[in-house]
Design a protein around this ligand. Structure first.
Ligand SMILES: [Zn+2]
Length: 253
């Protein structure tokens, strides 16, 4: 049975109850536990996993990491091996709230950069996002048939940085809502269709993130804050580099 992914529905659900479905000790003596549902985000899509605790019989056991098993569509939780976990038991899950909020702000900030690029009509398409607290960045390449060689000067990159920065600050100030929806990939048409990774079409649903006012949603499985103001006024673009056809925007909060 696929795990019910509560983190996809509500970023701000920091505690819930769940039933243990199975437990397994791997070759490295790590304990992995599967529940019927979870609030722990499994690392993926450029976002690190949540950490926290499961509480049972007044005993809290640390949840060190979570990962998605794409074959079974179950979230596997790495739990301290000393924990006494029993199949069928109901536990209380608690995630590290500060970490969840930071990861969500970082991830939303990465997509904010995508939105700013769309609004400024810069002919770039996203190829990679890394939304970890240490040196987060997003990478872009030229959109189909576009020439971006004029970006290859320090002056052009510094102009791009200041245009991007003021657009992002404006979007943060507007407190635009950020929403997600799930749709059947067969119903997705161009130009969005070519933005969706091929793997996503094997699934029954594709999750999309959308900023209020944007025409184009983008595919994303991460957790997000509910509006752009939560990204916060400390958002900054640290550096933009252009190497081997890839524009990398390093940002921070
Ligand atoms: Zn994303």
């Amino acid at each position: 049975m696929a795990t019910r992914k509560l983190y996809e529905k509500n970023t701000y659900l920091f505690t819930t109850q769940a039933t243990i479905l199975s437990t397994r000790i791997d070759v490295a003596s790590k304990l992995w536990v599967i529940f019927d549902q979870t609030i722990f985000y499994p690392q993926g899509g450029g976002q690190p996993s949540d950490s926290g605790f499961i509480v049972q019989n007044d005993t809290a056991s640390p949840v060190l990491a979570a990962r998605m098993n794409y074959e079974t569509r179950q979230v596997e939780h790495h739990i301290d091996a000393k924990s006494d976990v029993v199949v069928g038991q109901i536990v209380t899950m608690e995630i590290d709230k500060e970490k969840r909020l930071l990861h969500s702000r970082l991830h939303s900030a990465g997509h904010l950069l995508d939105y700013a690029i769309d609004l400024l009509r810069i002919p770039l398409v996203g190829v990679k996002g890394y939304h970890f607290p240490e040196k987060p960045f997003v990478e872009y390449q030229a959109a189909d048939g576009q020439n971006i060689s004029e970006l290859a000067t320090p002056l052009a990159l510094s102009e791009l940085k200041s245009r991007m920065m003021s657009k992002c600050q404006e979007l943060i100030k507007f407190a635009l809502s950020i929403t997600t929806e799930e749709i059947d990939p067969r119903n997705i048409e161009e130009p969005l269709r070519s933005k969706i990774p091929a793997k996503a079409f094997e699934s029954d649903v594709v999750r999309l993130i959308k900023f209020d006012g944007s025409k184009e949603p983008g595919p994303c499985g991460g957790t997000h804050v509910s509006n752009t103001s939560e990204i916060g006024p400390s958002f900054s673009i640290d550096q933009i580099t252009f190497k081997k056809g890839i524009v990398r925007i390093l940002y921070n909060l």
